[in-house]
Write a protein that binds this ligand. Sequence first.
Ligand code: PMP
Length: 426
Amino acid sequence: MNHNESRALYDRALSVIPGGVNSSVRATRPYPFFIDHGDGAYVVDADGNRYLDYVMGYGPLLYGHDPPDPVQAAVQSYASEGPMYGAPTEVEVELAEFVARHVPSVEMTRFVNSGTEATVSAVRLARGYTGREKIVVMQGGYHGAQESTLVEGDPEGAMPSSPGIPSSFAEHTIPVPFNDAGAVEDVFEAHGDDIAAVLTEPILGNTGIVHPVAGYHERLRELTDAHGALLIFDEVITGFRVGGLQCAQGKLGVTPDVTTFGKIVGGGFPVGAIGGRAEIIEEFTPAGEVFQSGTFSGHPVTMAAGYEYLNYAAENDVYDHVNRLADRLRRGITDILADRAPSYTVVGTDSMFKTVFTRRGAPVDGDSGSDADSEDHSLDVCEAGCRQRESCAKYDHCPKTGADVADAEAERWERIFWQEMQEREI
Ligand code: PMP
């Protein structure tokens, strides 16, 4: 495959865009391939190479790169008619009604422009509604690029996980291990009156994938209820994907107070949303006192795309179909693993999937599900450094570069699998 054009674009990008990309995860090594266009299940890069796309925009593209006709028609029509006004339109009401009809916890929704904006607003809402400041989050969870949740640590103390975040934010955030009910019980015992909310992905999707153990979310529900705190499910990934239109909360049978959405709910356009019981969501200005606002919020093109997207799913057998495809994918990868590297694991549910390149089996908490084993690119270091990977195999760490040999091996396998999947078209 020739990547000259991508490489040239990356070089140009590096001088005007930090790291050459507008979202850090896109900085794949040694350089990202720049996309020219999408085509069904495929993307075609700037050099004309065609790839089967397992990423699908990191989640929003339920229908691949060619959305159904009603979505395309609505997008064209709304884009040509304005495309935005800074005043309300009917289609945002339709989308909010749709969400309220289908998602168990939602009576009202405020639309914003990204998953990050949704979780920022949800945290502010929980603090404003309860008059408390502390937020409990899961180690290994991700809620976007926001100050209150970009933390590392444990119940004893948290630190910002990025420079630029005042440590005072982390002082109000309590990270706990996912699936450890005892840890949350202890935290409520110590800080119960100060906790505004427990914020968690119902299934950890950014690490892992980690499924809740039986009774875990039920226990979070009991504890938050007992202490007057809110339970917030971050369904930015799982929303309108796991559990279909009822989302993960419907599938798991636990109803949070507030739910954050993103990705699919905008039909491929920038979106976020905060939904929940009317009494809580109405705390947002102008109905209530918690400030929330946005020039592009409820953008007509996004709302129309989101509405037609979800409506199409409601009227067609979409979830059975995509879940069947994902099942086939998971089974296909499992077969390759059995063939080539039985110590690794495929995890996921519905249309979520991930191959975990560790030898520890399916992850049960955010820590064991960490991507660390497949990242930190030791192989690159080894290859670039001593170029004697074979002889490194007998060491834990490369004697020349100090690189972790198991990590390097995991990385090598990751590459081999992606290549095999493309070739076998799984
Ligand atoms: N919450 C979760 C669970 C996410 O996975 C993400 C992004 N992947 C976000 C929030 C942030 O969403 P966005 O990237 O749209 O800001």
